[in-house]
Design a protein. Structure first.
Length: 302
C-alpha cells in the first residue's frame, strides 16, 4: 500500500466522517433514490412515490451500513423542482443521514437547495454538483444558501483524459471557494466504459496533491457497457465489483454506487476491500481505523 504525502482532509458531515489516509475511515457509500426510472416513483413530475417501498429501501441500506461499518449518504435525485422538494422532505423526516441535492437541471438543483436552506437542514446537505460549465445564477444560489459542502465534478469535455481531469480540478476549486464552499468532495468523473482505471488514478493524484476526499461513480462505466448484456448474468456483477473496488485500492473515500436497490452487493464488496486496505495499512504504516466502527472488525468476524 501507500501513504499520501499531502495532509489529508477529513470532514464530519452530521456524524459521517469522510476523507483521510487509506485505512483511517471506511468508504462512505452513496446510493441514489428517486432517480429517473426508479420503480418506486409513480409520477416524477409531481414527486409522487411509494413511501412504504422507499422506507424499505432506506431501512435495508441502514442495516447493511450497521452490519459492515460503512457510513452512508443518500443521493436524492429529482427531475422536476416540486418533486425534488418533496423528496428532500421525505428523506429529512425518515433518516438522519446527510444527503445530496441532485437534480437533472440547474432549476431543479436550485429549488432543492433553497428548500433545504428554508427548512434548516442545509448542514446535512451536499450539493451535487459543481462543474466547470456551471452558470453564474447557480453559483449565486449556492452562495446565498450557505451550503458548505459540494461535490466537484472534474468533467473536462475538451480533454477527457487524466490530465484533463486534473486541469478541471484546479479551476473547480477556485469556482467553489468563490461560491462559499468550504468542504470539497472530488468526483473524478466516469465518462467512458474503460474509465474506472483513469478515475482511480485521478483520485490518487488529487489526494497526493491536495488531500481532499475523493471518489467516483465507477458503476456508470459498467452500466454503459452494452455488450455485457450478451454475456453470462453474473458477469455484470463481477465487472461492477471490479470497477467499484478499483478506486478504493488507490485511496478513494466515497463511492457513488448507483441505485440504492443495489446496496446489498455494493456494501459487501466495498467492506471487503476496506478490510484488506486497513489490514495492509496497519502492517506497513501502523495506521489504524480512526472510526469506532470499521469493516476490518466486521467482515472477518465469526
Amino acid at each position: 500500500m501507500f501513504k499520501f504525502s499531502a495532509q489529508q482532509q477529513v470532514y464530519d458531515i452530521k456524524g459521517v466522517k469522510i476523507g483521510g489516509q487509506p485505512g483511517q475511515y471506511p468508504t462512505v457509500m452513496i446510493g441514489s433514490i428517486f432517480y429517473h426510472g426508479d420503480k418506486i416513483v409513480e409520477d416524477q413530475k409531481e414527486g409522487i412515490f411509494n413511501k412504504s417501498e422507499a422506507e424499505k429501501l432506506l431501512n435495508a441500506e441502514a442495516e447493511l451500513s450497521d452490519r459492515f461499518g460503512n457510513p452512508r449518504i443518500i443521493d436524492v435525485v429529482g427531475s422536476f423542482p416540486n418533486a425534488l422538494v418533496k423528496y428532500i422532505d421525505f428523506i429529512v423526516e425518515t433518516v438522519d443521514s446527510p444527503f445530496l441535492i441532485d437534480g437533472t437541471t440547474e432549476a431543479v438543483r436550485i429549488a432543492g437547495l433553497k428548500h433545504a436552506a428554508e427548512i434548516g437542514v442545509i448542514d446535512r446537505a451536499i450539493y451535487n454538483s459543481i462543474t466547470p460549465e456551471i452558470k453564474k445564477e447557480e453559483l449565486e444560489a449556492i452562495k446565498e444558501s450557505g451550503i458548505k459542502t459540494a461535490i466537484l465534478l472534474t468533467l473536462n469535455s475538451k480533454n477527457p483524459t487524466l490530465q484533463g481531469r486534473m486541469e478541471a480540478l484546479e479551476s473547480l476549486l477556485k469556482i467553489a471557494k468563490e461560491a462559499g464552499i468550504q468542504q470539497f468532495l472530488i468526483d473524478t468523473t466516469i465518462i467512458d466504459i474503460p474509465d474506472p482505471g483513469v478515475c482511480a488514478k485521478a483520485i490518487y493524484l488529487e489526494k497526493e496533491k491536495y488531500g481532499y476526499p475523493a471518489g467516483c461513480g465507477a458503476h456508470n462505466a459498467v452500466d454503459r457497457w452494452r455488450q455485457i448484456k450478451k454475456l453470462e448474468p453474473n458477469v455484470k456483477l463481477i465487472a461492477t465489483t471490479v470497477a467499484n473496488i478499483f478506486p478504493i485500492v488507490l485511496g478513494a473515500n466515497f463511492a457513488l454506487y448507483g441505485p440504492i436497490k443495489n446496496a446489498s452487493e455494493a456494501y459487501e464488496m466495498m467492506a471487503i476491500a476496506d478490510a484488506y486496505v486497513s489490514y495492509a495499512m496497519n502492517q506497513e504504516f501502523k495506521i489504524k481505523p480512526e472510526s469506532k466502527v470499521h469493516p476490518i472488525s466486521r467482515v472477518f468476524r465469526k
